[in-house]
Design a protein around this ligand. Structure first.
Ligand SMILES: [Zn+2]
Length: 332
């Protein structure tokens, strides 16, 4: 039951389509609409329900009870990249949808390990296919697209991560891969030596570093990402709002928080949007950009995020300057 301070989110998808935008925190599979999902599943014999049951399985429109529940759609989504054609269809579809929302640049996040496992290929092949698809559909869609590779806390493997970095550097990919990210259950212990590897990625290989941290209110994960890994950006970062010292640090180091309002509401990590941590970030001058996280899964575009931000904060003036923050903190 909603309390009196809750905002009922109504997607209007209108006013902010006019704004040129950059999307800096968006997972490829979470941006995929039903059509390519159905096509790939039908072609490759991946069993899915039909009609409303499928719609319910692949959308989160009301707050869930746990992060595990939020990730339920990935039981299907992780099976999709069966081959080069599948990944190309996924990227093409996502970029077309972003174009409709007047997005000029996107950093798509994707797990190379998921791809390698689903398609049964090696690291080099997986990266080649993804980069090829992005480069091809950038020109078709007119959107500049880059890739941020994700690694998970759940199955973080130092040797694999090292091989991945070497593969990125070896193949170059025409500059398509611009960053790396750590995702997954923040309750799990921090992977051993991950910070060493992330520093190397940043300092030796010139990759941008973002870390999902503080999404489930774990402040230590934010500290670790900033202090030990040298993160350029923090995904969600909700916990930082509970510590003035941390917000000062983010401001002083110019570490940008990727704020995803609707995602935070739907994961149940922010119960009352009128008290979203972004209000504290504004107060303390913490750099932030608005992002969607999983726009198709949530049925909520980046324009909708802008509109929601305006409803929560009343700061349309900040939206007018959002593109300059997005440009400043992009990894390209
Ligand atoms: Zn995310």
């Amino acid at each position: 039951m909603r309390d009196e301070y809750d905002i009922i989110v109504i997607m209007t998808n209108g006013k902010y389509i006019e704004f040129k935008k950059r999307e800096l925190h968006c997972h490829l599979c979470g941006a995929l609409n039903l059509q390519p999902i159905k096509e790939i599943c039908n072609k490759h014999g991946i069993e899915i329900p039909s009609g409303k049951e499928l719609d319910d399985l692949l959308h989160i429109r009301e707050p869930v009870g746990s992060m595990l529940e939020y990730f339920q759609p990935w039981s299907i989504l992780k099976q999709l990249p069966r081959n080069k054609n599948c990944i190309e269809m996924m990227i093409s579809s996502v970029l077309k949808d972003f174009k409709k929302d007047n997005i000029e640049y996107v950093e798509l996040r994707y797990s190379p390990l998921t791809f390698i496992q689903a398609a049964g290929v090696d690291i080099d092949t997986a990266l080649d296919w993804i980069a090829y698809s992005i480069q091809k559909h950038e020109s078709y869609s007119g959107i500049r697209a880059r890739l941020v590779l994700t690694m998970s806390r759940f199955n973080f493997d130092f040797d694999f991560a090292e091989k991945l970095l070497k593969s990125i550097v070896r193949s170059n990919m025409g500059g398509t891969i611009v960053g790396i990210d750590l995702v997954g259950d923040e309750g799990l212990p921090i992977p051993a030596d991950a910070s060493k590897l992330f520093r190397k990625a940043k300092e030796e290989y010139g990759l941008g570093l973002t870390v999902h941290a503080g999404e489930t209110w774990n402040l230590e994960n934010v500290r670790w990402a900033v202090d030990e890994c040298g993160a350029d950006r923090i995904g969600h970062g909700l916990a930082a709002s509970s510590c003035e010292k941390m917000m000062d640090l983010l401001r002083e180091k110019d570490v940008c928080v990727e704020v995803c309002l609707q995602s935070n509401y739907l994961t149940g990590n922010v119960k009352n949007l009128k008290k979203h941590p972004v209000i504290k970030f504004i107060e303390f001058g913490v750099p932030f950009v608005l992002c969607t996280d999983n726009p198709a899964l949530q049925d909520f575009s980046l324009s909708d995020e802008y509109e929601l931000f305006e409803k929560i904060t009343g700061r349309e003036d900040l939206l007018e300057h959002m593109i300059s923050m997005q440009r400043k903190h992009s990894f390209e």
